[in-house]
Design a protein around this ligand. Structure first.
Ligand code: SF4
Length: 426
């Protein structure tokens, strides 16, 4: 077993020569494991499986199956080569007026056009840094585009190619439910609670944290944000990902029985008054549809199949999975870890399949595979398709901004407070 390692210095993947990168990433090295992942990709539009416990919650939260924004079907019927050539042409026409950002979990067909690849927070920072660019085409999901708008200048237009590209985890913490939970704890006389929201949340939730003395965290800085919060209060309310909240609490040596789950569908969040009074951390009952799928059984199988395998997972995975892995960390951490590993090493990865597939294609000298043999990609991220990119760019060259994501100024100001507090954390 390899000792666990945390917090690498993480770098963006600048991708200015996007054409070249696209060619490189789309080539298929002759690795048997790649075909396994290609087979996994056939399930691109899969809906949640029955029998995976966590998925029952999707119905309760009203997070539905795959939906798409309606645009002319001709965009989808167009041959891929013609569509891609047209996107490149419009991209060239717009020049430095446009920045295209691609989240690591996007498919290669989208990533090929990205000026920058990264995780949600780094992409938002990158968008803000492109002072010349009037338009940011954010190939990610809704909360990411909101953050780019909050962190960017007022003159920049942030565009989400498909308005239906949300995040099921972010949708699980609705502002009215969060306010109700907060008021319930206050009515019980429980004081000293600092709200902490994960970057993967709506601007309204970041604003809630901003106006209530709270803060935003990412999967890289969550342990340091816990320290910040406990310097200012005795308790912490963590939204919207139960698993990242618990995994971080365990890392900070908080006993499991002092971390209770708040279920918004149950009175007192499903707890007794005594449990709530004794708790140090309240964990919102939300989860990532991708990372909640990984299991200890999958890790055991990977270790059986490849005795020298090293297992790395994202901290949005359940606690038992993180504890059974060799390493856990953010998406950027996973990338850097595998990149730095010697040739000939074998990696089982517990994160989104598009990223795993790309790592595999870029590093054929290593064996890299996804822990889950039937995993779906992030179905909400998957709603971004080159057809939507073409549709938005055609409007932009005509001077029409479509699918712009904006955040009401009062909400943006409060959310910025919580984001600035995060930036102040050493
Ligand atoms: S991978 Fe998970 S957290 Fe990220 S956008 Fe998809 S559902 Fe949301």
């Amino acid at each position: 077993m390899v000792a666990k390692r945390q917090d690498a210095d993480l770098a963006m993947w600048p991708n200015h020569d996007a054409r070249q990168t696209a060619t490189a990433t789309l080539e298929r090295p002759a690795k048997p494991t790649l075909w396994l992942v290609d087979a996994q990709m056939e399930l691109a539009s899969c809906v949640p499986e029955e029998g995976v416990g966590a998925y029952d919650r999707l119905k309760e939260y009203g997070v539905g199956p795959l939906r798409q924004q309606r645009i002319d079907r001709a965009y989808f019927k167009m041959p891929a080569e013609e569509r891609d050539a047209r996107i490149w042409e419009l991209r060239t026409q717009l020049g430095s007026r446009l920045t295209i950002l691609g989240h690591h979990y996007q498919r290669d067909e989208v990533i090929q056009f990205a000026d920058f690849q990264g995780d949600s927070y780094k992409l938002s920072q990158q968008a803000a840094a492109q002072s010349e660019a009037e338009f940011t085409l954010f190939c990610g999901v809704h909360f990411m585009a909101e953050s780019a708008h909050i962190l960017g200048s007022p003159d920049q237009h942030v565009i989400l190619p498909n308005l239906e590209a949300g995040c099921s985890m972010a949708d699980m913490a609705k502002p009215e439910d969060v306010e109700a939970a907060w008021n319930t704890l206050s009515d019980l006389g429980i004081r000293g609670i600092v709200p902490v929201t994960y970057m993967n949340s709506a601007a309204t939730l970041k604003a809630f944290c901003g106006r209530n003395g709270g803060i935003v965290c990412t999967s890289s800085n969550a342990p340091r944000v816990y320290d910040w919060a406990f310097d200012r209060g005795e308790r912490l309310f963590f939204f919207p990902d139960e698993h990242l909240g618990r995994n971080t609490g365990v890392r900070k040596d908080i006993p499991l029985d002092q971390m209770v789950v708040w279920d918004p569908f149950l009175p007192l969040g499903g707890n007794t008054e005594e449990q709530l009074r004794n708790a140090k951390v309240y964990l919102w009952k939300g989860y990532c549809s991708v990372h909640a799928r990984f299991s200890v059984a999958q890790i055991a199988k990977a270790r059986d199949d490849f005795p020298d395998v090293q297992v790395v997972v994202h901290p949005e995975c359940p606690l038992d999975v993180v504890q059974a892995s060799d390493f856990d960390g953010s998406t950027e951490y996973i990338i850097d870890l595998i990149r730095a590993a010697p040739d000939g090493t074998t990696w089982a990865v517990g994160t989104e399949i598009n990223l795993v597939r790309r790592l595999q294609a870029q590093m054929p000298e290593k064996t890299i595979f996804c822990l889950d043999p039937v995993i779906c990609p992030c179905s909400t991220m998957y709603r971004i398709h080159p057809a939507y990119m073409l549709w938005t760019l055609e409007h932009l060259v005509r001077g029409e901004v479509v699918n712009e994501i904006t955040v009401e100024p009062a909400i943006a100001d409060q959310a910025r407070v919580a984001l600035d507090r995060m930036l102040s954390v050493p």
